[in-house]
Design a protein around this ligand. Sequence first.
Ligand SMILES: Nc1ncnc2c1ncn2[C@@H]1O[C@H](COP(=O)(O)OP(=O)(O)OP(=O)(O)O)[C@@H](O)[C@H]1O
Ligand code: SF4
Ligand SMILES: [Mg+2]
Length: 328
Amino acid sequence: MSDGALLEVSELAVAFGDLRAVRGVSLTVEKGQTLAIVGESGSGKSITSLAVMGLLPAQAKVVGGGITLDGVSLLDLAPDELRRLRGEELAMIFQDPLSALNPSLTVGYQIAEMFRRRRGASRAAANERAVEAMAEVGIPDAAGRARSYPHEFSGGMRQRIMIAMALALEPRLLIADEPTTALDVTVQAQILRLLRERQRAGLAMIIISHDLGVVARTAQSVIVMYAGQAVESGTVAEVYDAPAHPYTLGLMAASPSARTSRRGIRPIDGNPPDQAALPTGCAFHPRCPFARERCRTETPPLRRLPSGRASACHFAEEVLAHDRTAGA
Ligand SMILES: Nc1ncnc2c1ncn2[C@@H]1O[C@H](COP(=O)(O)OP(=O)(O)OP(=O)(O)O)[C@@H](O)[C@H]1O
Ligand code: SF4
Ligand SMILES: [Mg+2]
């Protein structure tokens, strides 16, 4: 375990019955740092983070691995201890913000509830703190808007409310699952600015995003997931500069907002595999332009490369070399 590690997930496996949605994912979030998780739909990004939060859907189960926060094993905590940690240490902004808000209560009431229940604040003090929390995330006329219901806010304002709720109890780690998807570009920039202010104040984050531009602007390190596994990890600078896995190359080529444009590399053809019937060997082989016989039979482990990054490709060195030539 490294010195600055806040969250350590090791070899996490999550199953829905016989189906393995997450198959041995390891990741580390250092104190005050941001890790991004990228990958196509269904690759296991949300399920990984819900496992960290202890908020998996009822049908899902952690079937292997460990999760520690500051050395404390979250999987061994009693439900009420975990509930206490949520909010105070760990918080999450969900992919679907409306589902996380109660439609029949005013937003001011919902935020104030947190201060009343968790901090023992009086009704008046809690209301006051709720208005402050809303003002801090840039909601104009916070005192007035505290009396509005969730559906009366725009998508961007609702996302600000989610952030205000998540940060109300000053957690150390925020998991933001697609925090800017479905927002227009201007609002997206405002939300990112807000998150970056909190990062500067020492908040550690896991950001999940389809948008490689968003990742480049918020995270220091990144893991790339495919079919429930991490296929590449490293610093954002290194991975963007030269991917060491063909899937990452494909994601970059498919992303209009990736920092570098790469001529000569095509976006990935085909669809993510059916988790219930994964290809043999490397799960990416049916779609991989670098695939050869060995890939069909032998599963590539995630292995360290000399630079300190990791790739789960038999031919990572070749992918790196190819990309250097293609980019030149
Ligand atoms: N409620 C569920 N019931 C059964 N299987 C599920 C359920 N939720 C997720 N899964 C399985 O877990 C896998 C990972 O889902 P997850 O929600 O983590 O994907 P994701 O990477 O967050 O995708 P997206 O980018 O679309 O949000 C899915 O491919 C699916 O097989
Ligand atoms: S192991 Fe083979 S199929 Fe898998 S990513 Fe590498 S080259 Fe492609
Ligand atoms: Mg998701």
